[in-house]
Design a protein around this ligand. Structure first.
Ligand SMILES: [Mg+2]
Length: 280
């Protein structure tokens, strides 16, 4: 894996701008995102990470479980308003952009070619260049940026927000209270294939610490804003009842051979019981 210098510099930026690692929304995976609600809220473009967000790492095909959500996303935003920005496909180590072509083919959206890894500023410039070249250009504050890594995807989204700049521009007009100033940073917390788990655990602890000790203390109203965002833009978690495995030794020891185990409730023919699907 190549050295991600822009990513390695994030801890230094964190010292001065700790909120740079805090996402606007966190969801388990993209199935929880309400793309129509995002569109209705004024977001017209989407940047997606690839590995462990849309595909299994180092694979080019969409994770099958995400098929419906991805279809909904493309129908809502339109193919050209979605851009995949990966630190594998489309980078210098993707010789001949073969992987970028393959991912673009399988996911039916463009993949950004870039020489600097996320969250580098040249990569941000390439993203802006792409969206400003569209027939109907998309501005930064009309973008959602979705990814599974805090130090790359979330930081990149927040770096595009003027309020997180280390040295704010004096000429920048003061934004109105509550006005959007940059992309919506969305963090997907579940992984499709375990990798870099220690780093992910560290990122999670760091985000929780910044939220607890800095964001909530200095901006208690933000918590209400985040809850409001989640209610508007995130689908409710489906009610899931996982079927009990009756074939294992554990079931026989704890349920069938245990005289104190409670009997299973008899199935009701009518009433409030309803069949609940098993999680995919
Ligand atoms: Mg990723």
């Amino acid at each position: 894996m190549p050295l991600n210098v822009p990513g390695l510099l994030v801890p230094f930026q964190l010292l001065f701008k700790p909120r740079i690692i805090v996402p606007a929304i966190s969801v388990k995976d993209i199935r929880r995102l309400d793309f129509q609600a995002l569109r209705d809220a004024g977001y017209r473009g989407a940047v997606f990470d690839k590995d462990n967000c849309l595909t299994i790492s180092h694979e080019d095909r969409l994770v099958p479980e995400l098929h419906d959500a991805w279809k909904e996303c493309k129908e809502t935003f339109g193919r050209d308003n979605i851009l995949i920005v990966s630190n594998s496909a489309g980078t210098r180590r993707d010789a001949g952009a073969i992987q970028a072509e393959s991912v673009s083919y399988h996911l039916s959206v463009p993949v950004l070619r870039h020489n600097t890894l996320k969250p580098g500023y040249p990569c941000i410039s390439s993203i802006r260049k792409y969206f400003s070249s569209l027939p109907n250009p998309v501005k930064d504050d009309e973008l959602i940026i979705v990814g599974d890594r805090v130090f790359t995807d979330v930081v990149m989204a927040n770096r595009m927000n003027p309020k997180h700049r280390l040295f704010p521009s004096q000429s920048r007009p003061q934004a109105e209270a509550g006005a959007r100033e940059g992309p919506l940073a969305i963090w997907t917390t579940d992984v499709w294939k375990k990798e870099s788990m220690l780093m992910r655990w560290f990122e999670k602890q760091l985000v929780a610490a910044v939220q607890r000790w800095i964001v909530k203390r200095s901006d208690p109203e933000r918590e209400g804003g985040v809850v409001g965002l989640m209610q508007r833009l995130v689908k409710p978690e489906p009610a899931v009842k996982v079927a009990e495995d009756k074939s294992g030794v554990q079931y026989w020891v704890t349920r069938r051979l245990n005289p104190f185990a409670r009997a299973e409730p008899p199935p009701r023919k009518r009433g409030r019981w309803r069949r609940i699907g098993v999680a995919s």
